[in-house]
Design a protein around this ligand. Structure first.
Ligand code: FES
Length: 505
């Protein structure tokens, strides 16, 4: 089993073997490209660049696929979460056509990699179905159909879908795909190493000096490089992209069915948040994967509730024998509907970033790999301007999440707390955490399995918002830019790169 950023075990995590590193970080060596992040974006980009003759190193703060790659539901789509209606509104019809072309190339790249390297990851082409269930959704579906076709993606109405869910109208989009994401990435990592690339796990990129070559500070020492690429889902530090991306949690289950009626294809309803369904074959065993019940990170007090809602939704429509896996995962919603891929705003020109993939991270990972490679290799690409993180698209209604808890920054943990007082406040079960107010102070308390209470300063070390306890994943999650910490306050995922402060009593 591979490690992940939460207590729940995902299907992909439970059915893949951990990657065993074969090389160490050589701080005496100059690299052409340092890639921070060992998920699908980092590994794919690294391989693409290594194969051009550049010397690349992937630095992963934990272990490969620890973040969202291990928690995705692995849909490979040209039908995107952001409908082509929205993309055309924000980026014009030409922009929508470019996006459709970029994601089509991404799907072809995945397919090509699997064929070229003989990767066994249960890849299968599939048809996608988007269906409406009321009059408003049906109207919206018609607009989506028209904009999707105009963007260059073939879409047509169909009389049936593979899932036993009633619908008014349904759209069918062929030539989508699905696969086992962690097996794909781990196989690609092996190809990368065979091509001479280096992967170092448990090595966090901490900072970069604005020098040429760049001097990258890591938890295992400093290295020099021509380029630095942040493929960390969201970059560390404080940057414009943090204000233009909002973190969300999504919930998924992999289910065994009693009647073996596993649906073909990829199906999506049109609620907000929407539900999705697909089947995955792994080692001869079928699983129905269903997901949804998304919410802004740390904005749900009881994160068991979305799982309960999702389970009852699945049981309403399918004959469930067993919930084999359940897990939640994080994604970043971009302000204007498209990812930010390219030069990091306000940073030296040789620092690149890929973030804001929304719910299409697996597909956009390969758009990013191609686009970032074009930038490093100084090749022209029609996508550079489209996905430029420095673009300004003011979009009404998008919340700047940094404001939500900013008053907390004024708070200081100055009080004196005795062990007795803290234990009195910690009316929680072992293995649980809670935020408490005490004498004007806000504290994060975690009671470990032996009953000992740990007191933590709940101010996120990124920009000081107050973290919230995620009861189902046993993590402290930040509502502002999505940093996550384990129960003891150690950083799991950025943008924070410093642990929560422990308060010793
Ligand atoms: Fe930015 Fe927590 S992630 S304040």
């Amino acid at each position: 089993m591979i490690a992940r950023d939460g207590a729940n075990i995902s299907l992909w995590q439970g059915t893949a073997e951990p990657y065993i590193p074969v090389r160490q970080l050589d701080t005496t060596r100059n690299y052409d490209v340092v890639i921070a992040g060992g998920g699908i974006t980092g590994i794919t980009t690294a391989l693409q660049l290594q194969q051009t003759g550049l010397r690349c190193v992937v630095l992963e703060a934990h272990t490969l696929c620890f973040g969202t790659t291990g928690g995705t539901t692995a849909h490979l789509n040209t039908l995107l979460d952001t409908p082509y209606t929205t993309i055309a509104n924000n980026f014009g019809k030409e922009g929508a056509s470019l996006v459709a072309a970029a994601v089509r190339e991404a799907l072809n790249t995945v397919k090509g990699n699997i064929a070229k390297h003989g990767i066994d990851c249960n890849f299968e082409e599939a048809t996608a179905y988007l269906f409406s269930q009321n009059e408003n959704q049906t109207k919206e579906l018609e607009s989506i159909r028209a904009a999707t076709i105009e963007a260059g993606v073939t879409a047509s109405y169909t009389d049936s879908t593979p899932v036993p869910v009633q619908f008014e109208k349904a759209l069918e989009i062929k030539n989508q795909a699905k696969f086992h994401p962690t097996r794909y990435v781990l196989a690609m990592a092996k190809v990368f190493e065979e091509a001479g690339g280096t992967i170092v796990q448990n090595c966090r990129v901490m900072a970069t000096d604005n020098t040429d070559p760049l001097e990258v500070k890591t938890s295992l020492g400093d290295i020099k490089t021509g380029w630095l690429i942040y493929a960390t889902h969201i970059p560390p530090g404080v940057n414009l992209v943090h204000l233009r991306c909002a973190p969300y949690r999504s919930y998924a289950m992999a289910v065994k069915l009693a009647d073996e009626r596993y649906p073909a294809g990829l199906s999506y309803d049109m609620y907000d948040p929407y539900h999705y369904y697909r089947t995955q074959l792994i080692d001869g065993e079928q699983f129905l994967i269903a997901g949804g019940e998304d919410h802004k990170t740390a904005h749900e007090d009881n994160t068991n509730a979305p799982f309960n809602k999702l389970e009852s939704h699945i049981r309403n429509h399918f004959n469930v024998k067993e919930i084999a896996y359940r897990w939640s995962s994080q994604y970043f919603e971009p302000a204007d509907g498209l990812p930010y891929i390219g030069h990091m705003p306000g940073q030296p020109g040789k620092i690149l970033v890929a973030t804001g993939f929304g719910g299409n991270g697996i597909t956009y990972s390969h758009v990013a790999a191609r686009l970032l490679s074009s930038i490093v290799l100084d090749k022209e690409s029609p996508y550079i301007k489209l996905f430029d993180p420095n673009r300004i698209k003011p979009v009404a209604g998008f919340t700047n999440f940094v404001k939500e808890n900013v008053d907390v920054a004024k708070q200081l943990i100055t009080g004196f707390f005795t062990k007795e007082k803290i234990h009195g406040l910690a009316d929680i079960a072992p293995g649980e955490g809670k935020i408490v107010q005490h004498e004007g102070q806000t504290l994060a308390l975690y009671k470990d399995e032996s009953g000992q209470v740990h007191t933590i300063n709940p101010r996120c070390t990124h920009l000081k918002c107050t973290v919230n306890w995620n009861i189902s994943e046993k993590t402290w999650d930040c509502p502002c830019h999505g940093a996550r910490y384990d129960a003891n306050g150690h950083v799991l995922t950025g943008p924070a790169d410093i642990d929560l402060e422990k308060i010793n009593l």
